[in-house]
Design a protein around this ligand. Structure first.
Ligand code: DX5
Ligand code: ZN
Length: 214
């Protein structure tokens, strides 16, 4: 069954505690936290102090998606703030292997995200070191965008690569995930579904989270 990771980016920031309580009650396994620096992506979201507070309020696995340049400088600080998983972008990391080793040495699960224009084959030599791969299915920086259909092909390619190498790496999908496309994503090979707007714009987020769990 797919792991659902609601993205807090779509929550009401005046009511983050309520959002965390709702997620605690839900069948979601992970909580997805989007950090943006206004440089790697053209937007700024929230950072370390917010994650420290969220950590205290959530019982779920904190999946921290770093859409920032030079993430290595801040990885130890995100560990202290309570991250369980850290995702860095392949496009932001010329020394990606070093970044991944650093995350693992600090006792966290290491993941790599790829943007819509980045081909799956570039993961070939890092896959063995990863806990999961995040396939961006929209351009990073904003919630509420439309799913890019070509992403399905990328999920299938990555699933094939992971299976051929006999690895246990999870595939996470982020951007434009809905109750309408979740089954197709899981059928293509996705293990973790991030959902922001789908969950938080609903009147019944608990039921949406359940419905995403294909
Ligand atoms: C976008 C973020 C996503 C975002 C997804 O840059 O990485 O996690 O919150 O939002 P939705 O599900 O609304 O597309
Ligand atoms: Zn994200």
């Amino acid at each position: 069954m797919a792991i659902v990771a609601p993205s807090l980016l779509a929550a009401n920031f005046l009511k983050l505690e309520e959002a965390c309580n709702m997620i605690n009650e839900s069948v979601a396994d992970w909580l997805h936290l989007d950090v943006m620096d206004g440089r790697f992506v053209p937007n700024i979201s929230f950072g370390i102090p917010v994650i420290e507070h969220v950590r205290k309020a959530t019982k779920k696995i904190c999946d921290v998606h770093l859409m920032i340049e030079e993430p290595g400088n801040l990885v130890p600080t995100f560990k202290k703030a309570g991250a369980d998983n850290i995702i860095v972008h392949l496009e932001a990391c010329p020394n990606l292997h070093r970044n991944i080793q650093q995350i693992k040495e600090l006792g966290m699960n290491a993941a790599v995200a790829i943007n819509p224009h980045t081909p799956v084959f570039l993961l070939e030599d890092i896959l063995v070191d990863l806990h999961h791969v995040l396939i961006m299915t929209v351009n990073p920086g904003f919630g509420g965008q439309k799913f890019i259909p070509h992403s399905i092909e990328k999920i299938k390619q990555l699933r094939k690569m992971i299976n051929e190498k006999n690895l246990n790496v999870l595939i996470e999908v982020d951007g434009g995930v809905t109750v309408g496309n979740a089954k197709e994503l899981v059928d293509a090979g996705a293990d973790v579904l991030v959902a922001g707007n789908m969950v938080f714009s609903s009147n019944d987020p608990l039921s949406v989270i359940k419905q995403l769990r294909f």
